[in-house]
Ligand binder design. Structure first.
Ligand SMILES: [Zn+2]
Ligand SMILES: [Zn+2]
Ligand SMILES: [Zn+2]
Ligand SMILES: [Zn+2]
Ligand SMILES: [Zn+2]
Ligand SMILES: [Zn+2]
Length: 230
């Protein structure tokens, strides 16, 4: 008699659950087949386990009557690993980058990854250049020069050298020849016998003295060779 009441109650509860649309196809239906028709798994406990970085989330249904259990996947592993750097392999060449090895420090996770190291700006860090210095060249009266620069023997990267502009011929003493390279800057001056072209410091001093007065009295403005005295 007692058994019939329980059975009736069980069926009644089943109909009630069905009517309220509450999970009328339970995950334990599959288990029911295996267990045989003896238990209808109307009363079960659930145990929900959240997904982690490395394991899927799931719910375990356990029938309180027959203890049949079914595990149902709920979500994929999050893949949200918690990386910690464990080593860094420095590249010896500018052609290869530094490699960092990381492991996930979340409990139970054994994920390890290697990836290029990056600097604060997010740029991949490469090894050092193998640099040689290439000497510069001084400017001459007729050609520009350049400052020294460096070039990497591995990747060919060069630093910029600065151009040194040519100053042109310089004839400070107005003797018609370049002071630096002796180039004849003014053939007419070479033939001029005015002491303004003299290489003698004393004669140059005399010229400066005379020129001071020439300037005041506005005479001897032009030399015989055509250059200006003042
Ligand atoms: Zn059961
Ligand atoms: Zn992980
Ligand atoms: Zn390089
Ligand atoms: Zn010169
Ligand atoms: Zn002169
Ligand atoms: Zn002259």
């Amino acid at each position: 008699m007692n058994k019939i009441i329980r059975k009736t109650l069980s069926v009644f509860l089943s109909i009630l659950m069905f009517a309220s649309c509450w999970s009328f196809v339970t995950p334990l239906d599959a288990a029911a087949e295996e267990q045989g028709p003896g238990c209808e798994h109307n009363d079960y406990a659930t145990n929900e386990v959240a997904a982690t970085c490395h394991s899927e989330g799931y719910i375990i249904y356990v029938c309180r009557q027959c203890e049949a259990a079914v595990r149902v996947k709920k979500e994929d592993a999050t893949n949200n690993h918690n990386w910690e750097k464990i080593s860094e392999e420095k590249s010896l060449s500018c052609l290869a980058y530094n490699i960092g090895t990381y492991r996930c420090i979340n409990e139970g996770c054994i994920e390890v990854k290697t990836e290029p190291m990056k600097d604060g700006d997010g740029n991949i860090v490469y090894g050092p250049h193998d640099v040689i210095t290439i000497g510069g060249k001084d400017a001459t009266c007729t050609e520009d020069g350049y400052t020294e620069y460096t070039r990497c023997l591995n990747c060919g990267k060069t630093t910029h050298s600065q151009k040194i502009p040519s100053p042109g011929h310089i004839d400070k003493n107005h003797n018609g020849n370049c002071d630096v390279c002796n180039f004849v800057t003014n053939p007419a001056i070479g033939k001029c016998d005015c002491f303004c072209h003299s290489k003698s410091a004393f004669e140059r001093f005399l010229f400066d003295f005379a020129n001071f007065f020439w300037k005041i009295f506005k005479v001897q403005k032009d030399c015989g060779c055509g250059v200006s005295h003042w």
